[in-house]
Design a protein around this ligand. Structure first.
Ligand code: DLZ
Length: 156
């Protein structure tokens, strides 16, 4: 029996972070969490590139363009969607989630989901490092583990 599991090491991984400026105070906390995690797992600073976009709606097209370059092992998406403030919340959340999933399959590259979808500002704050963990850390960790797993599959 063979068991495959991606290691939690960022050494040599080239990572892009696409972060949305809408609700930036919260997304900044996701970015801090993601960068701290990447440093903890020995990712080289020069291998991390950050792309700021206006809002979460613009994340998928940016990821598509980034992945055309074939320069990255994974993309980490960070953003904050708040239902109360967003008339088309359901549409944007569904569009972004589905597009990210489709792009991940199209390029066979992990694109991880560090986008908070919250009912209220308070809920969003809790998911950016207060009571309910930090979605930026989760997305960075998943990007590292999945990059290493997919590299192992390529070698078998
Ligand atoms: C317009 C808008 C609204 C109302 N709410 C949010 C939000 O909660 N989170 C977010 O990331 N972006 C929001 N946006 C901006 C859209 O994502 C997009 O940037 C604009 O509609 C321009 O295309």
């Amino acid at each position: 029996m063979k068991v495959f599991e991606g290691k939690i090491s960022g050494k040599g991984l080239r990572l892009a972070i696409v972060a949305s400026k809408f609700n930036k105070l919260i997304t900044d906390k996701l970015l801090d969490g993601a960068l701290n995690l990447l440093r903890q797992v020995d990712t080289y600073e020069e291998d991390i590139e950050i792309f700021w976009v206006p809002g979460s709606f613009e994340i998928p097209v940016t990821v598509d363009k980034i992945l055309e370059s074939k320069k990255y092992d994974a993309v980490i998406c960070l953003g904050t969607l708040i239902r109360g403030e967003t008339p088309h919340f359901e549409f944007i959340a569904t569009h972004v989630t589905k597009s990210i999933l489709d792009l991940s399959i199209k390029y066979k590259i992990p694109i991880t989901f560090g986008i908070i979808t919250a009912n209220t500002l308070e809920e969003a704050i809790d998911r950016a490092g207060m009571k309910m963990g930090n979605k930026g850390i989760e997305a960075a960790l998943a990007a590292v583990e999945m990059s290493n797993l997919l590299k192992m599959i390529n070698k078998t």
